[in-house]
Design a protein around this ligand. Structure first.
Ligand code: 5GP
Ligand code: MG
Length: 180
């Protein structure tokens, strides 16, 4: 078992670089097949997706646009959870075949809100690709077109995802080790 320390917590390796590369290759092939003649626009959700998007999109060797957006970290609580606002999208997505590139879907509230916000801008189609899904945590009805891994409800770090700002540069994915 490969153990590391990020800030003040221990993590153990749960998905290797080799496993990640293998899944990305498979997903990229599906995306190429589906979108090769569709002039897609990939919208990468910062910050956590930057590593995944870099690896995925370098294998999506078709004509496409790539842009970036962010869901603000402001969290006003409502009955349905944290409400985040879309910021940084400069493209006109009307009539485009848009593919959202996300790092992880946990409860799904963030993605549901983003999906609806983008849908209101009238894209020709709207699809979701995510590196990770926590199916047991999912609280909304969401059609996830492409996902690389389904994982348990434990906190993970690495490959773009952070623990309090640290660990994004780890090349593999690590799961927190319970304390005590
Ligand atoms: P959701 O709205 O789906 O519950 O939350 C999605 C967001 O929660 C992700 O974009 C990510 O920022 C954060 N998140 C959820 N689970 C994890 C995790 O295990 N590790 C990290 N680093 N972030 C997570
Ligand atoms: Mg994210």
């Amino acid at each position: 078992m490969s153990l590391i320390r990020v800030k003040d917590r221990d993590f153990k390796r749960s998905i290797t670089a080799e496993q990640i590369a293998e899944r990305i290759q498979a997903i990229a092939a599906q995306i190429v097949e589906k979108f090769k003649d569709k002039d897609p626009l990939f919208l990468v959700v910062l910050n956590g997706s930057f590593v995944f998007a870099a690896d995925l999109l370098r294998q999506v060797n078709i004509s496409c646009g790539v842009s970036f957006l962010k869901m603000s970290s402001y969290e006003g609580m409502s009955s349905t959870g944290a409400i985040k606002q879309l910021i940084g999208l400069n493209e006109d997505i009307a009539g485009r075949n848009v593919v959202i590139v996300e790092d992880i879907i946990d409860t799904g509230y963030t993605m549901q809100h983003l999906y609806q916000t983008l849908q209101d801008k009238n894209p020709a189609s709207l699809s979701i690709v995510t590196l990770l899904v926590k199916p047991d945590s999912l609280r909304v009805d969401l059609h996830i077109d492409y996902s690389c891994f389904h994982i348990p409800n434990d906190f993970i770090v690495g490959y773009g995802l952070d623990y309090d700002g640290y660990g994004r540069n780890l090349p593999e994915i690590y799961t927190v080790v319970a304390e005590g």
